[in-house]
Design a protein around this ligand. Structure first.
Ligand SMILES: Cc1cc2nc3c(=O)[nH]c(=O)nc-3n(C[C@H](O)[C@H](O)[C@H](O)COP(=O)(O)OP(=O)(O)OC[C@H]3O[C@@H](n4cnc5c(N)ncnc54)[C@H](O)[C@@H]3O)c2cc1C
Length: 377
């Protein structure tokens, strides 16, 4: 593809994102980059990812819990119980986890000693439960699945709350919550950097530019802009570079579960088939963190899956950067983790199956091969 075709393809991609509601960004770039930055020296030392089918160690599929109107933090009465929802985070649940947990907990009106039930043990349920325990409340998690068997374990998981809502389906109230949750969460993740939680700062490139900085530009420090000539990647008229946080789900979710137990949390394996079953719980406040499960349990038919597929290659310690190429029909992203080089990606709305699609795996591998081959020496 020529650079001008790429630019056209990206423009179409951004348009379709708005129409389809798979938000990679929340609008057009909201800042003017400083052209002076174009003159800074070419970064060197970007090692290429060794992309080949014989380095493939696994293929994973997850269903993102997506609502065009964004995550749900409503409070609902169910007989004597108060249900506080915290679900529907789409492609940004890891990123938003501490933030929406904090906003949801603020809605509890009980005294701090009353026990609280949390439904779900993905990143949202665990973060919510930990914040409640830190307030001194007795907490029981009820869940049918635990890490590593949750959607949260499938996430890439780069800190950027993308694909969370459709711009024309949300109001200013939601956007205030979204921006606040992003800020709270990013700040809390900063305190978790290190090997215990598997959280790291990572330099990340947006090939083609136009990244929209969901949550606010200040959350993506050390911004740089490259033109075609100065970019470390060949073939892109614009490249943007930022720093953000990388979260390693296998390490992180295990650490959250450990923290939950250490803080005195209790956990019961149980599946709820109908919301009427919740009236049997002893707790009068129930935090609903069931992710996509809320479609059935709370009959929220606006909550749909967005299927995502990843190809994971053998780890490569020398890869210290990530990149995203947000094309509509050729979405590609790469993030290095201890458990492998994560290659994405796909984004298929309203697909409920978790089958691996070999055509997509081949497209992903070919696309990343092309990007690796285009790295400038
Ligand atoms: C391929 C892919 C890549 C992604 N990349 C990123 C990324 O880079 N950054 C990012 O921030 N996010 C990313 N995400 C999105 C992120 O994974 C989700 O937003 C997040 O995991 C949702 O968390 P959750 O806790 O709501 O859901 P889940 O992890 O699904 O947890 C739901 C919990 O509720 C329980 N449950 C559900 N129904 C019931 C029931 N009826 N009874 C009892 N228990 C129930 C389940 O057992 C589970 O424990 C990605 C997702 C995918 C699929």
């Amino acid at each position: 593809m020529t650079p001008s075709q790429q630019q056209e393809s990206r423009r179409n991609f951004m348009k379709k994102l708005g129409a389809a509601g798979i938000m990679m960004s929340v609008g057009l770039p909201s800042f003017a980059y400083d052209p002076v930055l174009d003159t800074h020296s070419l970064p060197t030392g970007l090692n290429p990812v060794k992309v080949s089918a014989n380095r493939l160690i696994r293929k994973v599929v997850g269903l993102r819990p997506y609502r065009p109107s964004g995550f749900n933090l409503d409070v609902q009465k169910l007989d004597e119980k108060t249900i506080i929802h915290n679900y529907g985070h789409g492609g940004g649940g890891i990123s938003l986890s501490w933030g929406t947990a904090s906003l949801a907990i603020d809605k509890i009106e009980l005294s701090s000693k009353d026990p609280v039930a949390v439904l779900g043990a993905g990143v949202i349920g665990l973060s919510t439960a930990i914040l409640l325990l830190k307030q001194g409340r007795p907490v029981t998690i009820y869940t049918n699945k635990l890490p590593p068997s949750t959607t949260s374990n499938v996430a890439a998981a780069f800190w950027a709350p993308v694909s969370v809502y459709e711009a024309d389906k949300v109001d200013t109230g939601f956007m205030n919550d979204f921006n606040q949750a992003s800020k709270i969460s990013q700040r809390m993740f900063q305190d978790l950097v290190g090997s215990r939680y598997g959280v790291w700062w990572i330099k990340t490139y947006f090939l083609g530019g136009n990244f929209d900085f969901p949550g606010g530009k200040s959350l993506y420090p050390d911004y740089k802009h490259y033109n075609e000539e100065s970019s470390p990647f060949s073939g892109y008229m614009e490249t943007e570079e930022v720093h953000s946080l990388m979260i390693e789900p296998p390490i992180y979710l295990k650490a959250l579960l450990d923290d939950f137990y250490q803080l005195g949390g209790k956990l019961i394996i149980r599946r709820f088939n109908r919301k009427s079953e919740l009236t049997q719980l002893k707790e009068s406040v129930i935090m609903n963190c069931t992710g996509l499960g809320a479609n059935e349990l709370f009959e929220d038919k606006t909550l749909i899956p967005v299927k995502g597929q990843l190809a994971v290659l053998l780890p490569q310690e020398e890869i210290q950067y990530g990149y995203v190429y947000p094309s509509y029909n050729d979405l590609l992203y790469m993030f290095p983790r201890k458990d492998g080089i994560i290659l994405g990606g796909t984004s298929e709305k309203n697909i409920w199956t978790s089958n691996t699609d070999e055509t997509e795996i081949n497209r992903i591998l070919k696309g990343h091969q092309r990007i690796a081959a285009g790295l400038k020496p």
